[in-house]
Design a protein around this ligand. Structure first.
Ligand SMILES: [Zn+2]
Length: 766
């Protein structure tokens, strides 16, 4: 049974003449989304009670009589500083058109909870006091000040002064409440001082006086400390059900104190408590006191009202949970769950989930979109889908899909139809181009999207293309990425003539001859090949450059740079293992002496000598790899990316590295290290210091390789979760730019063969 129904059942057995549910909040600034949880949880109990035929009422108390004890960071301090210590209803509203500060923020919050379907009756504490309803409680509390001191002493295990009274007067002279101290109660009047140094955030006026503590229509005289007041309020209103978040409800917390006041002083039955855990928003505890945070009203900017309500209703009240809209899939998953709950409701499959759906409704049960939110998030990025969205009645959700794409979606879910042919599409294989030509000629036939999707797949297959190659051809030519929304829907959302022209344009692009004679041909690579470069392209300094000092000292240096996007790196691959075995066999008989004869190995040793590094203790990476082979230690298995390019390193003895593009802060460069620069190497726990004579690859966060190719940094390592790669290959002395380019080309080919992806940048800097 849903938790609120269980509580309602429990309460029903008490046979109360009226079940009065209440919750409260001090409107001291923008009210944080966290406070919505209390409103809705109490609302659920109230509605569950009504469903069981219990006479119930739900009120919400805005504590506008509390003092302003802090100025929210988004308000001008100089304007509000003089009001610190005064009750919020005496502080002016930050925005014109509202009675006071408290009203402005309270109404903003009320509007939000009304929008998500909670409509408690509002009570303002100032009215509660001036109506005289609190006065009997105030009298009891003052008459029993000694008992209340005892309760405080018991709970907090500290001595309470015998002239302390549970009441604070609104100073008759300066109007502040936080600064006054009552030191006597004579049965008619409380005697007080407004203490100059009572707090460290506002000053008292130093005056003394005696006044009746009983508020009436003429105004408020003072208030009780809130934990005592909480209990007095229960009795004054007649509350029978009220809970709070865990921080107030834990042992020794404010609820325990209010309970003792109820039992020992007021003789009023403690309301039925609803105890709940918090939800963190983006990993932060919900609190409105510090900074602007995530206000309740902000929630409605990112989710429809019923989804905000659903997020709260479905929460396990006994578990702390987290909602991070910026985390991948958080928002699409919430919509999916909502649709699942709707199914449970319609098909009567899961009773609790059905009840959650029912309780999440704001005004009646609306017909739900049949399309998943993630699909809708693609539709809103496609041109010409407005009609379809309208036809299916998806405008409301589409609005939020646009917000999601703009604010929270990862780049992999975003796309833009390119106005001109994307550069990456120029490298499609001949078969892919032929395929696009076929599709262009089919466009005039009228298809529905489902059939067209099948047709696309079949056309690719007929030409010997894999599904991946087939769809990549479409995506690369339309949106410049190798993945995207369902291809048929994408194409049909576009102007037919535009697509036709684009596909024909691609099939007319003529590629140059293959750059390297021994590069794999199409049939054995089995992947979309993007590396048919006629010649290396120039690399923009925004991506990579060589420092002047480096080119002056090492005029022979050349660095090949490539970016491959959309890779899928795996732990191992059986075909790759086979290829590694073959390379091992081809190196059979290699000795450490023979190794030192290779011109490339000699080149790197010379570089190390120039950098002041002993190559006996730090081996350049090609040498280190081949030494393992010579010493029969076998090959490392790191992952399919690193293993693939290591094959090229062993073959050509030219060093290279592949890094996580998304963890690299561009621009990058090869330069000498600066004083005190350090690098945390892969596999190490302590950073290593560079010497100023040592070279490395550097990005916006510092070095990501030590001695060019000795070892790489942890932070940029290409790992299983890496999606985009930044690759570099470096040559010195006898290692020519042509050798560098050839090695880079082969590395790209092999990485794409085993990890997929598309080359987006390729070139050699010298
Ligand atoms: Zn004063």
């Amino acid at each position: 049974m849903f938790w609120a129904d269980k509580i309602a059942q429990d309460i029903k057995e008490k046979n109360l003449p009226l079940a009065w549910v209440d919750d409260m909040k001090t409107p001291s600034g923008r009210i944080h989304v966290g406070s919505l949880f209390g409103v809705v949880f109490h609302d659920l109990v109230y509605k569950a009670l009504k469903d069981q035929g219990v006479n119930a009422k739900y009120t919400y108390v805005f504590e506008n009589h509390d003092p302003m004890d802090d100025i929210p960071s988004y308000l001008p301090r100089e304007k509000f500083e003089k009001y610190l210590g005064m009750p919020l209803f005496k502080v002016p509203s930050p925005v014109e058109g509202y009675k006071d500060f408290a009203e402005y923020y309270a109404l903003e919050f009320k509007e939000t909870f009304n929008k998500i379907g909670s409509n408690p009756e509002i009570i303002w504490t100032k009215d509660l006091y001036t109506s005289g309803k609190m006065n009997p409680g105030i009298k009891k509390v003052l008459d029993n000040a000694e008992e209340i001191r005892k309760i405080y002493q018991e709970m907090y295990k500290k001595e309470i002064a015998s002239d302390w009274y549970p009441f604070q007067v609104y100073c008759e002279k300066c109007g502040k409440v936080s600064t006054t101290r009552v030191y006597n109660w004579d049965g008619e009047k409380v005697h007080y001082r407004c203490v100059v140094d009572a707090t460290d955030w506002t000053k008292g006026c130093g005056s003394e006086g005696a006044t009746s503590p009983f508020s009436d229509e003429s105004g408020m005289k003072g208030k009780m400390p809130w934990k005592v007041e909480w209990a007095v309020k229960w009795q004054a209103i007649g509350v029978t059900i009220e809970g709070a978040g865990k921080d107030h409800m834990s042992r020794g917390g404010s609820h325990d104190l209010a309970t003792l006041v109820c039992e020992r002083v007021l003789k009023y039955p403690v309301p039925y408590p609803i105890r709940y855990e918090f939800m963190l928003i983006g990993g932060k505890k919900m609190s409105s006191s510090k900074g602007q945070g995530f206000a309740a009203s902000d929630m409605l900017d990112i989710l429809p009202a019923e989804l905000v309500r659903f997020l709260i209703v479905k929460k396990d009240i006994n578990q702390q949970t987290n909602f991070d809209p910026a985390e991948k899939n958080t928002i699409p998953t919430l919509f999916d769950e909502y649709q699942k709950a709707a199914d449970a409701y319609c098909n009567k499959t899961d009773e609790d989930l059905a009840r959650i759906f029912e309780f999440s409704q704001v005004d009646g049960i609306k017909k739900l979109p049949a399309v998943r939110f993630s699909v809708l998030a693609q539709w809103v990025q496609m041109p010409n889908m407005q009609d379809e969205i309208k036809k299916q009645g998806l405008e409301e959700w589409a609005k939020y899909a646009r917000v999601y794409i703009e604010k929270y979606a990862p780049d992999s879910e975003k796309f833009v139809v390119q106005k001109s042919l994307p550069d990456v599409a120029k490298n499609l294989s001949e078969k892919q181009k032929e395929f696009l030509k076929t599709i262009a000629s089919e466009l005039d036939k009228a298809f529905n999207a489902e059939d067209f999707q099948t047709q696309i797949y079949e056309s690719g297959k007929a030409l010997g293309l894999s599904g991946k190659e087939t769809f990549a051809a479409i995506y690369l030519s339309l949106i410049g990425k190798d993945h995207g929304p369902k291809a048929a829907w994408l194409i049909l959302s576009l102007d037919k003539e535009f697509v036709k022209k684009r596909f024909e344009e691609i099939s007319n692009v003529i590629l140059g001859s293959k750059a390297t004679p021994e590069s794999h041909n199409e049939s054995d690579s089995g992947q979309a090949r993007m590396t048919d470069f006629q010649q290396a392209r120039t690399i923009s300094p925004e991506i990579f450059s060589l420092s002047k000092e480096v080119t002056e000292k090492f005029p022979s240096i050349s660095v090949g740079v490539a970016v491959i996007k959309g890779v899928n790196i795996e732990k191992t691959n059986p075909d790759l293992e086979k290829e590694k075995q073959e390379v091992l066999e081809s190196l059979h008989g290699l000795t450490t002496e023979a190794l030192g004869q290779y011109q490339e190995i000699i080149a790197y040793r010379k570089l190390y000598k120039e950098m002041g590094v002993d190559w006996h203790s730090r081996r350049p990476s090609p040498e280190a790899l081949l030494r393992r082979v010579a010493l029969h230690k076998g090959l490392y298995t790191v992952n399919t990316c690193v293993d693939a390019y290591n094959l090229v390193v062993m073959k050509h003895r030219v060093s290279m590295g592949a890094f996580d593009l998304d963890k690299t802060v561009f621009p990058t460069e090869v330069r000498f290290a600066k004083d005190d620069e350090e690098i945390l190497l892969l596999g190490d726990t302590e950073p290593t210091k560079y010497k100023p004579t040592e070279l490395g690859y550097f990005d916006g966060n510092g070095g990501f390789s030590l001695d060019i190719n000795y070892r790489d940094a942890q932070r940029t390592a290409a790992q299983l979760e890496t999606r985009n790669l930044f690759i570099n290959v470096d040559g010195f002395y006898d290692i020519t730019p042509e050798m560098v380019e050839k090695s880079l080309q082969e590395a790209c080919d092999l990485i794409i063969k085993y990890c997929g992806g598309t080359v987006e940048v390729f070139g050699v800097k010298k």
